[in-house]
Design a protein around this ligand. Structure first.
Ligand SMILES: NC(=O)c1ccc[n+]([C@@H]2O[C@H](COP(=O)([O-])OP(=O)(O)OC[C@H]3O[C@@H](n4cnc5c(N)ncnc54)[C@H](O)[C@@H]3O)[C@@H](O)[C@H]2O)c1
Length: 263
């Protein structure tokens, strides 16, 4: 299939990657562009957004890089303004930004808690709130929010604030889906399982005693398919939810986890 999101103006937050390789946001931005979307690649690190933009334009796609911290209201407004001035519409909002903090109830701090809710939940509320009036005016729009299976299951190590934020993402998404269904706007979540992205090497080792190789081995082993997923698995699920092929799908939680949650 080609052109599944042709000419759709698409905002991807966290479209860079925290390290070398493919993060979920970077892969999503590239997949949308390969299917014809006009992409605004948003990242608080401009060079990360520019790297994604250069990959897309290098393949002949259309993309602008926008520097913004999506936890800050006026920076989110700037993102939407840039998308409108470049592309004239906002058709797809893909909320990828989210950070994990490993730790149980007594281990994390109140500051960790607040930061997680700000980055993982408030950012999505702000981007949705800012894009929705434009989508209502257009009479259409699709929102894809990246949650996690941690929102519905224990995932093998303690991450109390992360799990709580992702549960909140699911409900935020469902509330928006209901509030805007009659306006022609859909909102869905993706719940990735254990994915092999730069993010996990950066943040998650402490949950496994700090040993990176041991963490990677255990994460592969926890999956019924015996391997972690990749950023592309999340990106292709997002492409479906964002495209018109999913025109009757809203308020859902699409699990992409190699079978973990069946266990
Ligand atoms: N890797 C996994 O196993 C896994 C599993 C489940 C869910 N997820 C989810 O996937 C998403 C992360 O995907 P990724 O691999 O692309 O992450 P990543 O850590 O590589 O981050 C992508 C980009 O987000 C940017 N970013 C961080 N905070 C920002 C902010 N406040 N404003 C703007 N940009 C910001 C970073 O600079 C980075 O370039 C998160 O929502 C995470 O919870 C990941």
């Amino acid at each position: 299939m080609t052109d599944r999101v042709k000419d759709k103006a698409t905002i991807v937050t966290g479209a860079g990657s925290i390290g070398p390789g493919w993060g979920n946001g970077k892969a999503a931005a590239v997949v949308y562009a390969r299917e014809g979307a006009l992409v605004a690649a948003v990242d608080r690190t401009l060079s990360a957004a520019e790297e994604t933009r250069d990959i897309i334009t290098g393949e002949g796609g259309q993309c602008i890089a926008v520097e913004a911290d999506v936890t800050v209201e006026d920076q989110v407004q700037h993102v939407v303004d840039r998308c409108l001035s470049e592309f004239g519409r906002v058709d797809i909002l893909h909320n990828n930004v989210g950070i994990p903090v490993v730790g149980g109830t007594q281990e994390i701090s109140a500051d960790d808690w607040d930061q997680q809710f700000s980055v993982n939940v408030k950012s999505m509320y702000l981007t949705c709130r800012t894009c929705l009036p434009q989508m209502v005016e257009q009479g259409s729009g699709a929102i894809v929010n990246i949650s996690s299976i941690a929102s519905i299951r224990a995932i093998g190590y303690p991450c109390i604030s992360y799990a709580a934020t992702k549960g909140a993402v699911n409900q935020l998404t469902q509330q928006i889906a209901m509030e805007y269904a009659a306006a022609g706007i859909r909102a869905n979540c993706i719940l990735p399982g254990l994915m092999h992205t730069p993010q996990i090497e950066h943040y998650v080792t402490s949950g496994y005693g700090g040993d990176k190789e041991e963490m990677i081995r255990k994460r592969h082993d926890l999956v019924p398919m015996k391997r972690m997923g990749t950023a592309w698995d999340v990106a292709y699920a997002a492409l479906f939810l964002a495209s018109d092929e999913a025109q009757y799908v809203t308020g859902t939680q699409l699990v992409v986890d190699g079978g973990i949650t069946c266990k």
